[in-house]
Ligand binder design. Sequence first.
Ligand code: NAI
Length: 281
Amino acid sequence: MQKVGVVGGGLMGSGIAEVCARAGLDVIVVESTEASAEAAKGRMTKSLERAESKGKIESAAAVLEGIRFVTDLEQLHDRDLVIEAIIEDEEIKTQLFRDLDRIVASPDAILASNTSSIPIMKLGVVTSRPERVIGIHFFNPVPVLKLVELVPSIVTDPAVTEIARTFVEGTLGKEAIDCKDRAGFVVNALLIPFVLSGIRMVESGFASPEDIDKGLVLGAAHPQGPLALADLIGLDTTKAVAESLYEEFKEPLFAAPPLLNRMVEAGLLGRKTGRGFYTYN
Ligand code: NAI
């Protein structure tokens, strides 16, 4: 796994590309427009410069040299591994997997998705090689959080899961856990209902975001409360994951509350747009 492609250079894709480049891999990031490719590069530069100033890496510039930013998916033809991290939309993701299947030449290559909630089977089935499609689910912020969920579909070759494990643990130095191909996997299936409960508390006027978050930080030793966490994940992503969970399990605890829907409609998406439950600079 020397040549890695990352499709989508947003919050997650730029983090995934960064950890791959820091591990010395040859990385190509594919974005949909020149402007978003520039934005991805800017995000990564900032993050790498922060790592350099903390002494975690020798040179941000040297790591950046290992990354190419492009808008042409065809550039991924020689990749050993492609990790998809585009927006959480089933139709757009399945089209991308059809394209990747056509473009990525090596039959030994692995096509992976960072999806939080779309069944891996739905992405594998549109390719001619579903046995080489797997979920490799990172956590935000990727350079900081150690966990990766490995999510083989029911037809993923077990050898592919083992190669993915060696990649995330050996090459990237992360820790993997194994999950079945069910919406939400392990962490989000537990975390999203918790975040939604916090949003319902705000919606009903039961308590303020500040007090809810303070309660969980000081009373339950959480590193951050559910509203701060929703802002970090992105409210659009939170909504999309909730909808996938609800679609899969039909449990009310997974249903997106109206306040979340209204905030997404208003473009109040959290940290990435500067405003969610809190305001950011
Ligand atoms: P984001 O909105 O920050 O980034 C998505 C990026 O994909 C954007 O930069 C967009 O320009 C690009 N894009 C969209 N369509 C594209 C295409 N066809 N080709 C190339 N680029 C395209 O979203 P985020 O948060 O990075 O999420 C990406 C994926 O990661 C989603 O599947 C999400 O469920 C998953 N994820 C998100 C986490 C989070 O905390 N935000 C955590 C773990 C997984």
